[in-house]
Design a protein around this ligand. Sequence first.
Ligand code: GCO
Length: 262
Amino acid sequence: MSIELFSLAGKTALITGGTHGIGLAIAEGLAASGARIILNGHTAERLSSAVGHCEKKGFSVSGYLFDISDQQAVDKNLEKIRKMEGVIDVLVNNAAIHRRVKLMDLTLKDFRLVLDINLTAQFYMAQQVARSMINNKQGKIINLCSMMSELGRDTTGAYASAKGGLKMLTKSMATEWAQYNIQVNGIGPGYIKTDATGPISEPGSPLYDFIISRTPAGRWGKPEDLKGAAIFLASSASDFVNGHILYVDGGMLATLGRPTDE
Ligand code: GCO
């Protein structure tokens, strides 16, 4: 019984930004639980390498190259996916960018770009996919939030504004779409070692040890640490979970931390 609860057999999952890092790890987790995975990427080389990587693991996988912030490209590719793949049962809204710049130095153009990709594009993608989920009388949407959905940090103002907004957009989607048996939730990764955190996640970088000191688990996270949360929120195990942000952060948000000399 419990195994079926977390099974994704017969389900199709679209993962945006699924070609590397957290997105690819989540895609692997969903595939290992039986889902057919559709990877979105915006660079052809990364997409084909990620599809090849998943094929080598024996996963049922396909790749679609488009920019999630380009509305026409989203419309065109969702139509193509509908024709080629059928219904999308699970949407993982993962694609995002980062601009680590102090607010006083951040250009309006870059602020708008971060909000556009990390928040507005997530809205439009979810809205379009949810339309077919309503017809299908079921669906799962997982928005990738962040520690920055709850906390600020120097140079992450644009990203935090978007991820804070994405937390509330998740709760708003849950409010309006739960009645259609669509469960909308979020995953909030802690500090995970990926390309995106590359510059700050190297031993010796000023943040590396600080993050460890702020994380009760005493380590940086790995992309695979997020697989279980994704499988849970994509499976029937979470059919009565709505508007929840599941933080996978090694305990960072649970604590004020402890003095360094303890
Ligand atoms: C940073 C980090 C964070 C992490 C992550 C934490 O610059 O502080 O990049 O933004 O990426 O979002 O959940």
